[in-house]
Design a protein around this ligand. Structure first.
Ligand code: SF4
Length: 368
């Protein structure tokens, strides 16, 4: 009994130190309720209020009795990030600069800023979420890489990005929300926090995003792909390929020296795709570098025996020494893939005018 009381006191102490509720699992919230002298089912009610109802204020969590709300207010906080800036694009895309308070979840750095991109469309919205601040993978065509890795984000910071951008656009939300882990960072190098966040995001009693509408994009961290393959709850998988042979990929994605194309594709072949699922290969077209018809033929051969689709992303101008591909070369590349039996689409990035497009996320605010 004494041991339990000591454990409860330690837990309360931690909460008093400012641990936010966002990012906590159902089990953790149940433990929290018990540590506050309440039955554990109150934890499930908090979970529902936070994630299913997306209630950002404890005092408005009306499923909880007044006494429980009082205890929660005294001992915890929701912990949503603050919107520091909104950069709104002419196409409606919003690039958010978000800040978590200094006393964020354990491991969070002090008051650092992160970025999230919200893209409204006719029938849905897509939220592009960051999983790390900066990135260590060092892809040569990506502005984020110029930051280096500053830190891993916590599960709360990952879930918080979705909640805050949905809340900020609550009056114009469409029925479907897509979540893509394609912002700053390599998700599979922050595996535990990313999976903890995904279990909340994909949970029907949590944020309730369908696994069909959530995508994790990796630069090709093979052990991470193998680990993800064993998860019962997982999003769709996207591979950032960007080259048609090892020599070319080595030069623009140093991670390829560790996990070359053959190894990466083997992990994809072993990946247990669900009936409705395919692997998406993203291919950033760098003008004059990897955008020839010969490249397209090699890519078709590489992914030929996989249930796959290829997204071609014309490179977005940034401060890096590449140029966007010509329109004719983009079309010739796509056509070659299609003629070889591949599903291939050209994806023009949105929000380029506010540096929200693929490979452009590297904050002036972060660098400061
Ligand atoms: S493309 Fe992705 S993995 Fe590569 S450096 Fe940029 S953020 Fe990191």
């Amino acid at each position: 009994m004494m041991k339990e009381m000591r454990a409860a006191a330690t837990k309360l102490q931690t909460i008093n130190d400012g641990l936010p509720l966002i990012g906590k699992s159902l089990e953790e919230l149940r433990e929290l309720a018990v540590s506050l002298g309440e039955p554990s089912y109150r934890g499930a009610q908090i979970y529902r209020e936070l994630y299913a109802r997306r209630q950002a204020q404890i005092e408005k969590m009306t499923a909880l009795p007044a006494e429980m709300r009082r205890k929660l207010t005294e001992n915890a906080r929701v912990g949503l990030p603050e919107i520091v800036r909104r950069h709104k694009s002419a196409d409606g895309t919003v690039r958010y600069v978000l800040r978590f308070t200094a006393s964020g979840e354990a491991g969070a750095a002090k008051a650092a800023t992160i970025e999230t991109v919200f893209m409204p469309e006719e029938k849905r919205q897509t939220i592009c979420v960051s999983t790390q601040e900066g990135c260590a993978v060092n892809c040569r065509f990506c502005l984020t890489a110029t930051l280096g890795l500053l830190r891993n984000l916590t599960a709360g910071e990952i879930v918080g990005q979705i909640l805050v951008s949905l809340g900020d656009n609550r009056d114009a939300l469409k029925p479907q929300t897509n979540v893509v882990l394609m912002g700053q960072g390599e998700p599979l190098l922050n595996y535990e926090a990313v999976m903890k966040a995904l279990r909340i995001i994909l949970d029907a009693k949590g944020l309730s995003i369908s696994p069909k509408h959530a995508t994790l994009s990796t630069s090709g961290v093979v052990p991470g792909i193998e680990r993800l393959a064993k998860e019962t709850v997982r999003p769709k998988l996207a591979i950032s390929l960007n080259a048609s042979n090892d020599e070319q990929r080595d030069a623009i994605m140093p991670i390829n020296r560790k996990y070359p194309i053959a190894k990466l594709l083997e992990a994809c072949r072993n990946y247990p795709l669900r009936a409705w699922e395919h692997v998406t290969f993203e291919y950033v077209l760098l003008g004059g570098y990897n955008d020839s018809v010969e490249d397209a033929r090699r890519v078709a051969k590489l992914v030929g025996n996989l249930r796959a689709k290829v997204n071609l992303i014309p490179w977005n101008p940034g401060e890096l020494p590449y140029r966007p591909p010509d329109a004719e070369r983009i079309e010739a590349f796509r056509k070659t893939l299609v003629e070889k039996g591949q599903r291939a689409f050209v994806r023009y990035s949105r929000g380029q005018d506010v540096m929200a497009a693929c490979g452009q996320l590297a904050l002036v605010e972060t660098r400061a």
